[in-house]
Design a protein around this ligand. Structure first.
Ligand SMILES: Nc1ncnc2c1ncn2[C@@H]1O[C@H](COP(=O)(O)OP(=O)(O)OP(=O)(O)O)[C@@H](O)[C@H]1O
Length: 381
């Protein structure tokens, strides 16, 4: 097992703009870290630089205690699993897994013992005599993982290993990869563009955008306290609701924001200090709130005057509804706001048909606030 440390790591292809802009990251021995980000953000390039398949243009890569920038791929103690399995078609499962061990000069009895152990971990024992074409996609990916395990690497690198599998197999393989990490306790770095894989697999997630790290943290830190609009919008489905507004008043523990349609929403954010600076009256801001935190209320009626008033209610018109069985997602238009707001509504909760007038409750403690640069104001709760 080994730690992996990146200091100011840069990558240029040709003399063009860098595709990796000075990445600093420390991955602990035995940790499972997921690199996630949109297509082209540089996550595969960085993984390939750690593997030694791409040169490092600047900065320092350490694997364990050793600077590894110039170390040959085979000497780095790393095994990589690719999206495209890359199995030898003319060899059996056993031969595929034994190949690198034979090349490394292990004796036949040792090779047999190492392959059998890996096959048992991955439940491949009954398939050892088959050729890749006689296996399902999930089984082929298990062989590819088995081929990596037999070499007992210090670090495992996975490059979108589940992208070619159908949805139910992906869920099953996710569970198997988690189990594998618990069993082997080897450092693992896993690249994906799928935020569900990132949330479910990673002990820590690194969110990349345009060759830079946007934020590093545990899945729940990133989900509950995104540092900026990019991370807030990238994790979670449906995407977090973003509602533009203007600061009407800022107190130490809340900020009152007026939306384009006139409604006033109080947000439990620290009105001053923090990365986003001070919220000032007149500032343009964005409220962020997740669909599961918005509650649907019926449109205002006369009798409401007899009830205690509720804060942070905004008039809305239902656009369309997606019924998912256990819950429905109601999309509703707020006056003066371009994007519809999504509301996750339990199947036994209030239902609303397209065209219905409703109100949305945006609880102050659940609203996040972002400044014009997209940086989050610290939360007050
Ligand atoms: N061999 C290459 N030569 C020149 N540019 C490259 C090369 N490989 C990748 N790039 C560029 O580097 C950037 C990062 O690519 P990379 O494949 O690392 O992104 P990614 O985040 O893994 O995307 P995806 O999820 O689509 O694989 C992209 O702009 C890509 O076009």
């Amino acid at each position: 097992m080994s730690s992996v440390s990146l200091k100011g790591v840069v990558k240029h292809y040709d003399a063009k703009q860098p595709v990796i802009h000075g990445v600093d990251l420390d991955i602990a021995d035995g940790e499972f870290v997921v690199f996630v980000g949109p297509s082209g953000c540089g996550k595969s390039t960085l993984l390939r630089m750690i593997a030694g398949l791409e040169s490092i243009s600047g900065g320092e890569l350490r694997i364990g205690e050793r600077v590894a920038n110039e170390v040959a791929p085979a000497e780095r103690g790393i095994a990589m699993v690719f999206q495209s399995y890359a199995l030898y078609p003319h060899m059996t499962v056993y031969e595929n897994m034994a190949f690198a061990l034979k090349l490394a000069g292990h004796k036949p009895a040792e090779v047999q013992q190492m392959v059998e152990r890996a096959a048992a971990i991955l439940q491949l024992t009954p398939l050892l005599k088959r050729k890749p074409k006689e296996l399902s996609g999930g089984q082929r990916q298990r062989v590819a993982i088995g081929r990596a395990i037999v070499r007992k690497p210090q670090v495992f690198l996975f490059d979108e290993p589940l992208s070619n599998l159908d949805a139910s197999l992906r869920v099953q393989m996710r569970v198997e990869i988690s189990r594998l990490h618990q069993e082997l306790k080897t450092t693992m770095i896993y690249v994906t563009h799928d935020q569900v894989e990132a949330m479910t697999l990673g002990q820590r997630i690194v969110v990349f955008n345009g060759g830079r790290i946007e934020q590093v943290g545990t899945p729940l830190e990133l989900y509950n306290s995104p540092a900026n609009l990019f991370v807030a919008g990238f994790l979670g489905s449906p995407k977090m609701n973003f509602i533009p507004g203007e600061v009407l008043a800022a107190a130490p523990h809340y900020v009152a924001v007026q939306l384009a349609g006139g409604a006033i929403v109080e947000v439990a954010a620290q009105g001053c200090g923090g990365a986003a600076g001070d919220a000032q009256r007149g500032d343009a801001v964005t409220i962020g709130i997740r669909a599961e935190h918005v509650a649907l209320r019926r449109a205002a009626v006369l009798e409401d005057q007899l009830l205690p008033p509720e804060d942070n209610l905004v008039d809305a018109a239902v656009g369309h509804v997606e019924n998912l069985g256990d819950l429905s997602i109601v999309y509703a238009a707020l006056p003066g706001v371009a994007d519809m707001a999504a509301v996750k509504q339990p199947a036994d909760g209030m239902q609303a048909a397209p065209g219905a007038a409703v109100r949305l409750h945006l609880p102050a403690a659940r609203c996040m606030l972002f400044n014009t640069e997209g940086l989050a104001y610290p939360r007050a709760v």
